[in-house]
Design a protein around this ligand. Structure first.
Ligand SMILES: [Mn+2]
Length: 352
């Protein structure tokens, strides 16, 4: 479907430097496109849609897709995902580097980040994380955007204003996968009326909402479900049952037959318990503890708490990694969360 040249302005993303990004990308013959470790649908949807869009619309353009975890995490329902490599091919020397959905450059993995810096090519940074320090030459960073894929939609729309660029069915499908993933199926506050209008355009372009929904929310691996069972049994409910958290050890993973990439959704599962306002999960991963934080309270900023532990993220969903004694990490974290809850005017505890 051709894009409407009078199409909606991209507010709130309308003030981003799309013309600069378009100028740079239009003359690039090649690109390497990367996203964060443990890729979620937005991390994959953004790099895949961008690669396909550039190749379909910029004559002679060739994109290389890299994600260090591509051999462990699969999103086969996202068009282009089969092209994602775990390492850049030897001697690759692209005209431009594009980093998607990564709150800082190191989120693509330390080794890959060093490789990018050694390349010395212009970086386009496309992201929606609160903590993003604008590490690119061009930064399409909009914290209020539901997803990196929604920012890309605006970029593609801006492309279409100057030339006959179009969003193909496969690009649309990859974009909608990212938007659906990050909005929990249009359930979170980051979903605006504009998000829904853009999703409608993507459906007009051929994206299949029902199939994506089934892949994203209706096909939980059995081992992952078993791990959730263990997590709910071990759960620590406190602060008048308004905070729920669980620590998942290596033994728990073994008992469930799960891999390190299962259990991503446990913090969400605990958040969704009736009455719970803040949740966390802490999972043993690669010699470190990985904490995920979630809240339903609009006036609680979890990215700030995650930052105090060396992590980052969004207000309602944030994460950090820590090494050290788990009981110390849990104790410190629970105090921080309890403190945030006490300062919330929206908590049903009636602080307001
Ligand atoms: Mn995202």
């Amino acid at each position: 479907m051709m894009m409407d040249p009078k199409g909606s302005s991209a507010s709130p993303s309308g003030s981003l430097p799309y013309p600069e990004a378009i100028a740079l990308l239009s003359k690039a013959k090649s690109s390497v496109i990367l996203s964060h470790v443990s890729p979620d649908p937005d991390a994959y949807g953004s790099i895949c849609s961008l690669a396909l869009f550039l190749e379909e619309n910029i004559s002679g353009h060739s994109a290389t897709l890299v994600n260090v975890d591509s051999e462990k995490v699969h999103h086969p329902y996202i068009p282009g995902s089969e092209r994602v490599l775990a390492h850049p091919p030897e001697g690759l020397n692209p005209d431009v580097v594009i980093v998607c959905d990564s709150g800082e450059l190191n989120r693509i993995g330390d080794e890959l980040a060093s490789w990018v810096l050694r390349l010395g090519k212009p970086i386009v940074n496309i992201d929606h994380h609160q903590s993003n320090p604008n590490f690119g030459e061009i930064n399409l960073v909009e914290v209020s955007a539901s997803s990196t894929c929604e920012i890309l939609f605006c970029l593609f729309e801006a492309f279409g204003k100057n030339s006959k660029c179009s969003i193909s069915a496969q690009v649309a499908e990859a974009l909608l996968a990212g938007i659906l993933g990050d909005t929990g199926g249009f359930r979170y506050r980051s979903t605006t009326a504009e998000t829904l209008r853009r999703a409608a355009v993507l459906m007009d372009c051929g994206a299949r909402l029902d199939q994506l929904t089934r892949h994203l929310f209706g096909s939980v691996p059995l081992a992952s479900l078993k791990l959730s069972g263990i997590a709910t049994q071990k759960m620590h409910l406190f602060a008048d049952n308004r905070i729920a958290g669980a620590c998942i050890t290596e033994e728990d993973y073994q008992a469930a037959g799960a891999t390190a990439f299962d259990g991503d959704d446990i913090a969400e599962l605990l958040r969704d318990i009736e009455g719970v306002e803040i949740s966390y999960s802490i999972r043993r991963m690669e010699e470190k503890w990985k904490a995920s934080l979630r809240t339903v309270l609009e006036d609680v900023d979890l990215s700030e708490i995650a930052r105090s532990f060396g992590g980052g993220g969004h207000r309602a969903a944030a994460a950090f990694r820590a090494s050290g004694e788990i009981s110390d990490i849990v104790a410190r974290l629970e105090i921080s969360l309890q403190n945030a809850l006490q300062h919330s005017k929206l908590s049903r505890g009636g602080n307001g």
